[in-house]
Design a protein around this ligand. Sequence first.
Ligand code: NAP
Length: 480
Amino acid sequence: MKIAIIGSGFAGLAMGIRLKEAGFTDFVIFEKAAEVGGTWRDNHYPGAACDVPSHLYSLSFAQNPNWSRQFAPQSEILEYTLGLVRDYGLDPFLRLSEGVENAVYQPEKQNWRVETSKGVHEFDLVVAATGGLSRWSIPEFKGLDLFSGKVFHTADWQHDVDLKGKKVAVIGTGASAIQVVPEIAKIAGSLDVYMRTPPWIIPRNDAPISERVRASFRRFPKLLEARRASIYAGFESHAIAFFNPKLMVIPKQQCLAFMRKSIAEKELRDLLTPDYLPGCKRVLLSDDFYPAIQKSNVRLVTQGISHFNESGVVDDLGGERRHDVVIMATGFKVSEDVAPFPVQGRYQSLQEVWKERAEAYKGATIAGFPNLFVLVGPNTALGHNSMIYMIESQVNYVLDAVKKMARNAWKTVDVRPEAQRIYNDEIQQKLNGTVWESGCVSWYRTKDGKNTTIWPDFTFKFRAMTREFDEDAYFLERAR
Ligand code: NAP
C-alpha cells in the first residue's frame, strides 16, 4: 500500500515510525518546510516551552530520560523530534520542502492524486497530519497597513528585530503571550500588553531536573514510566471538573489565591480576574507572567483597540499609544475554515463539507473521503492532558486500519455517514453541561457556537475507542 503522510510534527513522525516498525515501508512524509518538527519548529519565540511536563509530552515508545527541565523549552522539544528522525531511520521517507497543494480522490482508480510543490503523485492512502495550530491568525485591524513599525506573529518570530529599549506592544494574553511577555519585559524600553479577556493562570512550578535524577531515569527506565504515569493520572483526574463545572470552584479558588499572592494591587487583580470559569478557555500555567506585568516598564492595556495609525494603536476612547514593534500573540485559525489544503473527495470538497463546521468519525475519517485519515482532527483536542496521548491513539487506529486493509485486500474504506452522524451527535451531547459550554468565547467553538475542537471525555476512553479499526462503521471495497 502506497501511503502519503502530510506533515512532520509529532503526529506525522509518530505515524511514520509506527508504519515502518509494522513493516509498511512504502510511504513518504511530505513537509512544506525545510525541517521537521511542526509547531515546535515554527514557534520559536523567546520563552516558548511546553505547558505539559515533558515526561508526558513525548512519545510513549520513545521516552527521553534527559529532559533538562520539568517543562522543556522549545529548542529541546525540537531536538527531540530531530532525534526521532535519526533514531527511527525516517530520513529516506522525508520529502522536505515539498508542500502538498491539493489532493483529489480518483474513484476509477480507487486512490488519491496528490499534487505537491514538486510534482504529482498517486497514493492508496493519505494521512493528513497537518496539525491544528499551523495557520496563525492576525485580526483585521483597521489601518494596520499604515503602521510604520514592525508587526509580526508569535509563530513567525523575527529574531533580527531587536526589541532592546524599544516601545513594544503585545496583543493577546493567551498561552503564547504569557510565555513571551516576561521575556520581552526584560529588554523592552516599554511594553504594552493588550488584553481583551483575562486568562485564568495557575503556577507552573517549573524547575531544572538535576543530572542525578536524569541518570536514575537512564538507569531505571521503570522510574521514567512511573513518572509519566503519575503525571498522566494527575492530569486525567482534573477532567472531572471539566465535565462538572460546579467542581471548578476549587481550581477557581486556587487561581484567585495564586493571583492574591502574586499581585498586591487590588485594582490590577480586578482587571486580571476572568468572568468565566477556569477551563472554558484554556487554563494557562505561568510562574513569571504576574511578576512581569507589574514591572515598571510594562503596562496592561484593557481598553479595546479601535484601529492602527502610522505610529501605533488608537484605542476605543481615542487614546493613542506609540509603538516601534507590535507582536500579534493572537492565536491560530482552529475552528473556522480548517481543511488543511484543497481536498476533493468522492462527491464534494472538504472545504464544502466542513464549511459550516468540521466533523469526522473518531476525529479521523470523513464520509465520502475514502482512505483519507486525519490526525488531530475534529474534537480530539484537550484542555486537561497531553495531546501526544491523543495523537498516539489516532496513529494506532490508522495503523490498525492499514493492517486490516492489507490483510483483507480491501482497497478502500469509507466511513458510513450514519456512523459519523451518530458519533458526532454523541460528542455534542457530551459537551452539554461541560465547562467548555459554560459561557465564554473561545477558539474551541465555531462562530455558530458548536464546539468542533474538544474531546469531551476521559482520554483513556478515546484510547479504548481507537485501539482497533472498527470496519463495521465503514463501506469496504476490494480492488475493481
Ligand atoms: P490564543 O490562546 O488563541 O490567544 C490569543 C489571544 O489573542 C487571546 O488573548 C485573544 O483574546 C487575543 N486576541 C485575538 N484576537 C484579538 C483581537 N482582535 N483584539 C484583541 N485581542 C485579540 O492563542 P495562543 O496564545 O497562541 O495559544 C493557542 C494555543 O496554542 C493554546 O491554547 C495552546 O493549545 C497552544 N499553545 C501551547 C503552548 C504550550 O506551552 N504547550 C504555548 C503556546 C500555545 P480573547 O481571549 O479575548 O479572544
